[in-house]
Design a protein around this ligand. Structure first.
Ligand code: DX5
Ligand code: ZN
Length: 251
């Protein structure tokens, strides 16, 4: 039985596909106003790319920055850190709503999800925490099979972890199709996310893969028109064909 994620998971299912805005190239000295801009544009998820200088060459931010953000957006926390198990409680305490861990970052990935199953959403205990597993472009998608009962989200990285603004790795298209087959064969109704290299130019192609969550960072925070970019992306996601029927009364 899935202990984690129930009401939040349902909310994400109903709203799919939706944009999660990556903050890596936002103005980090004005994060509050950047988050407000996203809210006004209709974005519902803020994607925090956590890098530790070990699993990824770069170091970004950690729990203090995530918890300092006063926002109505859901906190979509993507851990790209080595051996995250002991650090999970600090990210949960910081308000993670979705907490995604790289398969490649730990020897004991199953323990990570067991540990998360026992934790409670710090913002609203009834909400649940959506547990995500992320796969680098070089990791076989079949690796998620033994974990499908223990996660609510599988996130395919369409770039190598480490930086914003990279090119979308084209094999992500066939990987997403193969992953969808695996999920269907297992009868696993987990969310599918695609993260990295997604721009205005390729968003339609990515949405055609029927993801539930699309993470896009530098194409929103491009230094020119983040509000316009975010609104445009949200509109495109809302107009995309839905994998699940639209619920009565709208999403
Ligand atoms: C890569 C990160 C991505 C990335 C998204 O390490 O997980 O979230 O920063 O940024 P763009 O959209 O610029 O690829
Ligand atoms: Zn990410």
């Amino acid at each position: 039985m899935k202990a984690q994620g129930a009401p939040l998971l349902e909310q994400l299912r109903r709203a799919a596909p939706q944009i999660s805005a990556g903050l890596l190239t936002a103005n980090l000295s004005a994060l509050g106003s950047e988050l407000k801009l996203l809210e006004a544009a209709g974005v519902q998820l803020a994607h925090f790319d956590v890098m530790d200088g070990v699993f990824c060459p770069m170091t970004t931010f950690g729990p203090p920055v995530i918890s300092a953000c006063q926002t109505g957006l859901l906190r979509d926390v993507h851990l790209m850190i080595a051996e995250p198990l002991d650090k999970l409680p600090s990210y949960v305490a910081a308000g993670a709503d979705l907490l995604t861990v790289q398969l490649e970052s730990t020897r004991h990935i199953h323990r990570v999800f067991q540990a998360l199953a026992a934790m409670t959403n710090a913002t609203d205990p009834r909400r649940g925490i959506v547990r995500g597993i992320a796969l680098c472009p070089g990791t076989p998608v079949e690796a998620v099979e033994p974990l499908l009962a223990d996660v609510e989200l599988v996130m395919l990285l369409a770039v190598n972890p480490g930086w914003g603004g990279q090119r979308f790795v084209s094999t992500t298209v066939s990987r997403a199709a193969k992953l969808r087959q695996i999920l269907n064969a297992a009868g696993a109704d987990v969310l599918l996310g695609i993260d990295g290299g997604i721009t205005r130019e390729n968003l339609a192609d990515v949405l055609a893969l029927q993801p539930d969550i699309v993470v896009t960072g530098s194409a929103v925070f491009d230094g020119r028109d983040p509000a316009g970019n975010a609104a445009w992306m949200v509109q495109a996601a809302q107009a995309a064909p839905r994998r699940r029927p639209k619920p009565a009364g709208g999403a």
